[in-house]
Design a protein around this ligand. Structure first.
Ligand code: ATP
Ligand code: MG
Ligand code: FE
Length: 338
């Protein structure tokens, strides 16, 4: 069964084909970074229009790479939310029309379930129950995964998401858009321990996060510094260490609270090298394990949507022909698979 996956929730157009029982056949991502760079952030209307331009060519390209024709598609999965409503509608419209024309089922996938299941796509040894850390541009959540589709929120950010904090901090330090990955690259040249920022909300019980105060600490430190290249790298390093430490402390607590050995990490910040190393060490110390997707599948992509959709379609779930999207969508309201 070949499932075509379509992701258009924000500023990446992602397409992939996942074959049940075989694996990923092909995937392609087109990023709109250059389009939005001059505005310093994603402009929703420009994002929708660019998805319109890129989606069909990208579907053709992905099918060619997989050596498949449209007649080989057995189902279509698309991101139905959460995300930018116009951008979502482009993916939903194309996916539903294609499914209707080919007379195959289509299913709207929850974007965060896509992220959450991405580590399982290429690692069949990881199965629920586990604790998932979702760290992306719009979310920072700890989720108890009892079964695929059965999600219990353990904690989440009360203000900025971790990725958002990376991006905003980078912008404050005059790094080019999009700043998160650039800040992480800069931190590699920073010396540890020159600056120290707090580990927000780790001094009290609970699994919620808060990253906006950290951002302000960095702003004040940067403003009063000599603003040299080395200082910038040192501050970047201290910021990254604070975020990574905070996430690791809460992950360990979440594993203990859920009585779990396995941690799954997903979302764009999951590509961060220091976070991966720190969580790996934490899991090993506890005698447990951690599973990450490859960095390319941490940020937005069509493969995770194809995979999540394939699991649901294989279980007989699919939607009707209506083009419906859900810009705000609580993952705990999803149906379980099977
Ligand atoms: P959401 O999935 O919550 O709707 P999103 O789709 O915009 O948000 P993703 O594509 O999963 O988020 O991830 C993008 C985020 O990941 C950005 O905030 C970016 O700064 C961050 N990010 C990407 N690579 C790294 C890295 N190496 N280190 C830290 N942050 C990173
Ligand atoms: Mg993006
Ligand atoms: Fe995302």
């Amino acid at each position: 069964m070949n499932i075509l996956g379509i992701e258009t929730s924000c500023d990446e157009t992602g397409v992939a084909v996942y074959a049940i029982g075989v694996g990923l056949r092909a995937h392609a991502v087109y990023s709109q970074i250059e389009l939005h760079a001059q505005y310093g952030g994603v402009v929703p209307e420009l994002a929708s229009r660019d998805h319109v331009r890129k989606l069909l060519p990208l579907i053709r390209q992905t099918l060619d790479e997989a050596g498949l024709g449209t007649g080989d598609i057995d189902g279509v999965a698309y991101t139905a939310g959460p995300g930018l409503v116009g951008a979502l509608l482009v993916g939903a419209g194309v996916a539903r029309s294609l499914a209707w024309a080919l007379d195959v089922p289509a299913i709207g996938v929850h974007h965060m379930e896509g992220h959450l299941l991405a580590p399982l796509m290429e690692d069949a040894t990881t199965q629920p129950p586990f604790v998932a850390l979702l760290v992306s541009g719009g979310h920072t959540q700890l989720v108890a995964v009892e079964a695929i589709g059965r999600y219990r929120l353990l904690g989440e950010t009360l203000d900025d998401a971790a990725g958002e904090a990376f991006d905003k901090t980078a912008k404050m330090m005059d790094l080019p858009y999009p700043g998160g990955p650039q800040l992480a690259a800069l931190a590699e040249q920073g010396r540890p321990g020159i600056y120290r920022f707090s580990r927000p909300m780790t001094d009290r019980p609970g699994l919620d996060f808060s990253f906006s105060g950290l951002k302000t600490q960095v702003l004040l430190t940067w403003r009063d510094s000599d603003k040299s290249a080395q200082t910038r790298a040192d501050i970047a390093r201290a910021f990254e260490d604070a975020v990574v430490d905070t996430l690791a402390i809460k992950c360990e607590r979440a594993l203990e609270a859920a009585g779990c050995d396995t941690l799954v990490v997903a979302g764009g910040v999951g590509a961060n090298r220091r976070l991966r190393a720190r969580l790996q060490a934490m899991a090993e110390k506890r005698g447990g394990r951690v599973s990450f997707p490859r960095p390319v599948f941490c940020t937005d992509n069509g493969a995770m949507i194809a995979f999540a959709g394939a699991l649901r379609l294989a279980a007989g779930q699919h939607g009707d022909a209506a083009v419906r999207v859900t810009p705000r969508w609580d993952m705990a309201t999803l149906d379980a698979v099977g």
